[in-house]
Design a protein around this ligand. Structure first.
Ligand SMILES: Cc1cc2nc3c(=O)[nH]c(=O)nc-3n(C[C@H](O)[C@H](O)[C@H](O)COP(=O)(O)OP(=O)(O)OC[C@H]3O[C@@H](n4cnc5c(N)ncnc54)[C@H](O)[C@@H]3O)c2cc1C
Length: 494
């Protein structure tokens, strides 16, 4: 029986463990944190249960596929609710638009913002659907050579869908320059840690996935999926060590020997799969003499995604007027994104994502209370920001906006509170530069074939899974990543 050690119990690590254990591999996971989940973690205190990281579940099919591959049915095991609308988008002038999957309702909403824009919406959705079809060709495949990415047909499709253009500019053209509608239909690239002003138009495929395939919420929160995957893994004999940071991936004569934990314990393995951030893995877990495809200099030259500041609040009011998911766009949205991605300074008026999961599942808070999550994208730790000083400033800015959006007296209703800062991702999960959604940004030269591959060319038996490798950032992507690396290992280790 081949022995596999997975470094990290993020969703990608867990999904790979499920697939390989189901195929007869002996799988051990070593996780640094006290709880599995990685970026998809849980905050449970004082009767409040909040997801710490991802809250938006789209492309549910990718999760279902992991379950199907091991003979399980996701919908039989967890109770999913489809959100309706997907989001409410608030603008700085106290207006808003609801983004529905239902086209009739969505049409009414865009017409409210600008009469006559329904036709523009349909053209935009049609174009995004074609980008989605094209993009999924690049997403769902293992890459070995450049021709896997670029053949004549795909290049032709790139050009005909104008996927190579700039996202914000293209969406703006679809909506005749209407600023509110452009923001509402282009922000999705932020989920990849990428500004819509810098992203390829290709990424409107995420907007399509969101609107056309729907947005879901498992009762109990996203962390119910992690809990369920852990229980399925344990049923299949996967051993999960928590509080077990790996200190070194041991390599001898160019091949994997096993891992050494910080405790000094050694675990032998034929195969090691790192689910930890790839830059961290190369810099910290592979000793100096081992061959490295990614030197420190090469890693320094790569571009890294943004981070975020999160405020978690327990409030003694139910707030049924709120939507489950909302976004707030600051007045000078461009300046906000410039600060995060280019100037690397604190945004003056941060845009944010607001999630009130108790609207869908009141059991996530004590009776009559609500649990709230506010995520403001922020520069990563390459910025010169002292988070001990910055955190109270950002907290206040966010609460000022929540007074407009939720309740003018919101500060009086806070009964429990926590926050999470860019420095926390670095300390807790070894995230490169404290990046939140994932380590490498998704510019063209770090996507698909150009993203680090899931197999080391130099070290026999070393593989990668999760957001640092292809297809990339986000829960559905890391489920697909788990499928791809498992397929590779099954083919190479029969
Ligand atoms: C705030 C936030 C909001 C997000 N929102 C969304 C969203 O709404 N929808 C969505 O789809 N995605 C979202 N994402 C992105 C998504 O959560 C991630 O892309 C995905 O969960 C990454 O999974 P992964 O498998 O790559 O592993 P990670 O979650 O990155 O886990 C890696 C694991 O490796 C462990 N590790 C690191 N070093 C070691 C070591 N030396 N020894 C042992 N273990 C180690 C870490 O502790 C961690 O558990 C969000 C992320 C964040 C942070």
């Amino acid at each position: 029986m081949k022995k596999v050690v997975i470094v990290g119990a993020g969703m990608g690590g867990l999904a790979t463990a499920l697939r390989l254990a189901d195929q007869g591999f002996k799988v051990t996971i070593c996780e640094k944190q006290p709880r599995p989940g990685g970026r998809s973690n849980l905050l449970e205190e004082n009767g409040f249960r909040l997801d710490m990281g991802p809250t938006i579940l789209v492309m549910k099919e990718a999760f279902e596929d992991t379950y199907r591959a091991i003979g399980e049915d996701l919908d039989e095991r967890l109770d999913f609710v489809q959100l309706d609308p997907n989001y409410r988008v608030y603008y700085h002038d106290d207006t808003y638009i609801d983004l529905y999957s239902n086209m009739a309702k969505l049409t009414q909403e865009v017409e409210k913002i600008e009469a006559g824009s329904a036709e523009n919406l349909f053209s935009f959705i049609g174009s995004s659907a074609r980008k989605y079809a094209l993009g999924m060709n690049f997403v769902d495949r293992n890459y070995d050579r450049l021709t896997d990415l670029a053949n004549f047909k795909s290049l032709q499709q790139m050009v005909s869908t104008r996927s190579h253009q700039n996202l914000y500019q293209q969406v703006s053209r679809f909506f005749n320059g209407n600023d509110k509608l452009t923001k509402a239909f282009s922000f999705h690239s932020m989920f990849l840690g990428l500004s819509p002003f810098d992203a390829l138009a290709m990424y409107s495929l995420i907007t399509y996935a969101d609107l056309a395939l729907g947005m879901w919420f498992p009762k109990g929160g996203i962390y119910r999926i992690v809990e369920d995957m852990v229980s399925l893994a344990e049923d299949r004999g996967v051993v999960i060590h928590t509080n077990a940071p790996v200190a070194e991936i041991e390599i001898k004569d160019g091949r994997i020997g096993g891992v050494r934990l910080e405790s000094g314990e050694r675990i032998e393995a034929d195969i090691v799969i790192s689910n930890a951030d790839l830059p961290y893995t190369y810099r910290n877990l592979i000793n100096g003499n081992a061959p490295k495809e990614y030197s420190a200099q090469k890693l320094d030259r790569m571009s890294y995604a943004c981070s975020g500041y999160i405020l978690y609040l327990g409030l003694d009011q139910p707030y049924p007027h709120m939507r489950h998911q909302s976004l707030y766009f600051s007045e000078d949205y461009k300046a906000n994104l410039e600060a995060i991605f280019n100037k690397k300074t604190l945004p003056e008026d941060p845009s944010f994502h607001l999630s009130v999961p108790t609207v869908t599942d009141p059991n996530l808070a004590p009776d009559g209370h609500s649990a709230i999550y506010v995520l403001a994208p922020m520069p990563n730790l390459s910025a010169n920001i002292d988070w001990n000083l910055a955190a109270p400033i950002v907290r206040d800015q966010l609460l000022d906006q929540l007074e407009h959006i939720i309740d003018p007296n919101i500060r009086e209703h806070i009964v429990w509170e926590r926050d999470y800062r860019p420095t926390d991702w670095q300390t807790d999960i070894n995230a490169a530069l404290g990046t939140a959604f994932g380590s490498f940004s998704h510019d063209f030269m770090q996507s698909a074939y150009f993203r680090p591959h899931n197999k080391s060319k130099m070290i026999d038996g070393l593989y990668f899974v999760g957001q640092s490798t292809y297809p990339g950032i986000g829960m559905p992507m890391v489920h697909i990543s788990a499928k791809l690396v498992s397929e590779r290992i099954l083919a190479e280790w029969p």
